[in-house]
Design a protein around this ligand. Structure first.
Ligand code: ZN
Length: 422
């Protein structure tokens, strides 16, 4: 999405802010008049107030986390109503692509300031990026992290049921960075929207259930040291609708529900993951030195108790033992191997393990984003696992003990991930 505007001596970031403010006022008017808004003046916090009162991207994600659709919320009827229509789903995926396109440099005159006038053919974070089909429930706006001064473009749901502090639709949150950097070229002062230096895509599919992972994902995504390209967080707790998914059969003693985006392909989180992947491939691929799709998860302290952080790429144990015993240990450079080494460095007292040095069974072989990233077609992810021949190494699934996802160690994670993609 490219907008053309003229601005008298103002940087790209400044004009972006001005424009987004104007659009926020315009969208607030729409918001008040919409029949589908469930606002209550007695409620102090709404998703929109989270945007205005949060000072960092972690605060923002933490504030929005309370609207995650809670356990057992859905009946079959209410679930059907909350799910996107085919048109809305297309709009959701289109909007995600619009945001991803935001900071791709399209040429040296993408955003130029000449003399006293700014000639901007620039990418701005405005509600124009939001597909028309989503306007009743979603918004796109700029959010600036006050601790780093980094602006982000955020797609979020603004509608909630105030009686239950729950999103009305619950599809999730998506964000990209909006960095711009002034440079001086051929005697002219240009502001060029910088592409993110890394193609790191961070996600948290299990809000509230894997406690702390949305905030951890936001901390890593928001750090200028990491330079991540996107953040995706699911909007429903995995058991918001307790009915079993028809996608991945539940293993013994477990319940893969219809609202678990790691195991149900009808979740907007999953389709967003497909869009992200396809977008990345269209940029020339996902080189192991700079690119990965990282999912943060949390496990209970009694599950795999000796593995503080257990990393896997989504290969099943049987496949691992039979065909891929060397996948994690061969000489091929893979981001997951570098990350394990860097985690060992920054957390010397904790165990950072791979399937090759642990018996932990949380290898993510049933994770449908992992299956897709590892070469399985979207229409087959529910019934076909990947294998060592197909595995790309682009998917990094991280299971963690509670201590490893605490706010106190966010900086350590930033350090390890930044070093992995340096
Ligand atoms: Zn999880």
């Amino acid at each position: 999405m490219v907008l053309l505007n003229w601005t008298k001596i103002s940087g790209g970031a400044k004009s972006a802010l001005l424009l987004s403010t104007l659009f926020r006022i315009a969208s607030a008017t729409t918001l008040e008049t919409s029949q589908q808004i469930f606002q209550d003046t007695h409620i102090q916090t709404t998703p929109s107030t989270c945007l205005s009162k949060s000072s960092t991207i972690v605060d923002l994600v933490d504030c929005l986390d309370i609207f995650t659709v809670p356990p057992g919320f859905y009946t079959p009827e209410s679930y059907d109503l909350a799910q996107p229509t085919p048109e809305e789903l297309k709009g959701w995926n289109r909007t995600i692509l619009n945001l991803l396109d935001l900071d791709v440099r399209q040429g040296p005159l993408n955003n130029a300031r000449v003399g006293g006038w700014a000639y901007n053919i620039t990418d701005e974070c405005t509600p124009v990026l939001l597909d028309a089909s989503l306007k009743a429930n979603f918004d796109v706006t700029t959010f600036t992290d006050r601790s780093t001064q980094r602006p982000f473009c955020v797609l979020y749901e603004h509608t909630i049921y105030t009686s239950q502090s729950s999103y009305v639709r619950g599809w999730g949150l998506f964000a990209v960075p909006l960095d711009s950097d002034p440079i001086f070229l051929l005697g002219y002062d240009y502001t060029i929207t910088q592409p993110s230096s890394q193609a790191i895509h961070i996600s948290a599919p299990h809000p509230q259930f894997d406690r702390g992972t949305p905030q951890q994902a936001a901390a890593v995504f928001g750090s200028p040291k990491v330079g991540a390209k996107s953040l995706l967080i699911a909007g429903r707790i995995r058991m918001a609708f307790k009915e079993k998914t028809g996608c991945i059969p539940s293993p013994k003693g477990m319940n893969y529900t219809k609202t678990d985006p790691a195991h149900d392909d009808a979740q907007p989180f999953f389709t967003a993951s497909l869009s992200l992947y396809e977008w990345q491939m269209a940029q020339g691929g996902c080189p192991p030195s700079t690119c990965a799709f990282i999912q943060f998860h949390g496990k209970g302290p009694s599950t795999c108790p000796t593995d503080t952080m257990f990393l896997s790429t989504g290969l099943g144990m049987s496949s691992f033992r039979r065909n891929s015993s060397s996948w994690y240990t061969d000489s091929i450079d893979r981001p997951i191997k570098r990350l394990q080494q860097n985690l060992k460095q920054v957390f010397p007292d904790w165990n950072a393990t791979l399937p090759s040095d642990s018996t932990c069974s949380l290898v993510a072989a049933n994770n449908i984003v992992g299956r897709f990233t590892n070469g399985i077609k979207p229409e087959r992810v529910c019934r076909e696992a990947s294998n060592a021949t197909l595995a790309t190494g682009q998917f990094i699934h991280i299971e963690q003990a509670p201590v490893a996802r605490a706010a106190e160690v966010h900086e350590k994670w930033i350090e390890a991930i930044a070093a992995t993609f340096a």
